[in-house]
Design a protein around this ligand. Structure first.
Ligand code: CP3
Length: 345
């Protein structure tokens, strides 16, 4: 197996910079759109392990990447807890009946949720088999905070006012929800590892809407518990945390025993390295909008990031957030080639 990605996370020497791309299997690839067109509904595709496997491998066939990621979504968990979930093409994911009261939260089914998520484990094991140890397979989940944000808000939002209202008006209620989610996320990730995932990624996409203190209490603390439990059960499986907007809190993030920390593009990579030193692997952080620029500018932007991390083995190149659906796949090729060209250690 090409182990560059795992080696970088575990702090072993690497001869070149590993890379993968957040949301690497997705609509910017014509081959993805072709597979996707066979399904009316996005979740229907997520329930088909063969289709999940097919689209997870598509970016690996096109580019020389160092990891595959399981094809699924973070919102599988709330759905398995009984919330109706719709993907509306102009709006993204929507929960028509968001959580508002204690009764709603008590009504969530946390007993049978994992049983209902078996289709995700089928996608993991099918993909693991097909990837044939070419590269490691990343399993993932949303963070409790990020899942709760969608469940309380009912959809994506700019300010996340509803959940922040809950945080200040009925904090105990929010903690009840986060606790439930943290237990399920832990077992969900554990099962993905048992099904074949070699590394874990936790997406805390909306952690950045919190204050520094509430981030510690309502997001990071639950991720800390999840990591501690996973480390007990699977000591050698690296966990990466990605809090979008978390660049300010890197000093807190390095203290939760994760192997890697994903950073978005708002913090300069050199400054981020200064803050974490070699305590964790850094993952990031090319602005995904750089891929709208011309080939030369892409090369230059990649060069800056990769060369700045030349003397650190704990570095994984990635975008600072998921790739946008209208990016030209040839631009991605330019980015990948530039990482190879400038990333020889
Ligand atoms: O290669 C991969 O990474 C694919 C697997 C994957 C998907 N979603 C597939 C997907 C992963 C890791 C995710 C994570 C995810 N989902 C996150 C966290 C990462 C991040 O970007 O911050 C979040 C917040 C979601 C929730 C979600 N799912 C949104 C907001 C949307 C719609 C908007 C969008 O970006 O497309 C989805 C749908 C979704 N999930 C699609 C894909 C490929 C597009 C749906 C389609 O093809 O019809």
């Amino acid at each position: 197996m090409r182990t560059l990605f795992l080696d970088a996370l575990l702090g072993k020497p690497v001869e070149q910079t590993p890379l993968w791309i957040m949301r690497q299997a997705g609509r910017y690839l014509p081959e993805y759109r072709k597979t996707r067109a066979k399904f009316n509904d996005f979740m229907q595709m997520c329930r088909n392990s063969e289709a999940c496997c097919e689209v997870a491998l598509q970016p690996l066939d096109r580019y020389e990447l160092d990891a595959a990621i399981v094809f699924s979504d973070i919102l599988t968990i709330p759905e398995a807890m009984g919330m109706e979930l719709k993907f509306i093409s102009s709006k993204g994911p929507v929960f028509p009946t968001p959580l508002t009261t204690q009764k709603d939260i008590d009504g969530l089914d946390d007993k049978n949720a994992l049983e209902k998520l078996k289709y995700v484990m089928d996608a993991v094991s099918t993909t693991k088999l097909a990837v044939k140890n070419r590269v490691p397979l990343i399993g993932f989940s949303g963070s409790p905070w990020t899942l709760a944000a969608y469940m309380v808000e009912g959809q994506g939002s700019k300010q996340f006012t509803e959940i922040r209202k809950m945080l200040y008006s009925v904090p105990f209620l929010l903690h009840t929800l986060l606790k439930k989610l943290a237990h399920i996320v832990t077992d969900y990730l554990d099962q993905q590892i048992q099904a074949g995932a070699d590394a874990i990624m936790i997406f805390d996409t909306w952690g950045g809407v919190l204050t520094e203190k509430s981030y510690a209490l309502f997001s990071l603390n639950y991720m800390r518990h999840i990591i501690a439990e996973l480390k007990e059960r699977h000591p050698n499986v690296p966990v990466t945390l990605f809090t979008k907007g978390g660049g300010l809190w890197l000093d807190q993030l390095v203290q939760v025993n994760c192997s890697g920390v994903g950073i978005d593009w708002s913090i300069d990579i050199m400054r981020a390295r200064g803050l974490v030193a070699d305590k964790v692997a850094l993952q990031g952080n090319l602005d995904p909008a750089v891929l709208y620029g011309d080939h030369n500018s892409i090369r230059n932007q990649v060069k800056y990031i990769v060369e700045s991390q030349k003397c650190h083995s704990k570095f994984v190149f990635n975008l600072g957030h998921g790739i946008y659906p209208d990016i030209d796949p040839d631009k991605v090729k330019t980015m990948v080639n530039a990482v190879r060209e400038f990333g020889m250690k």
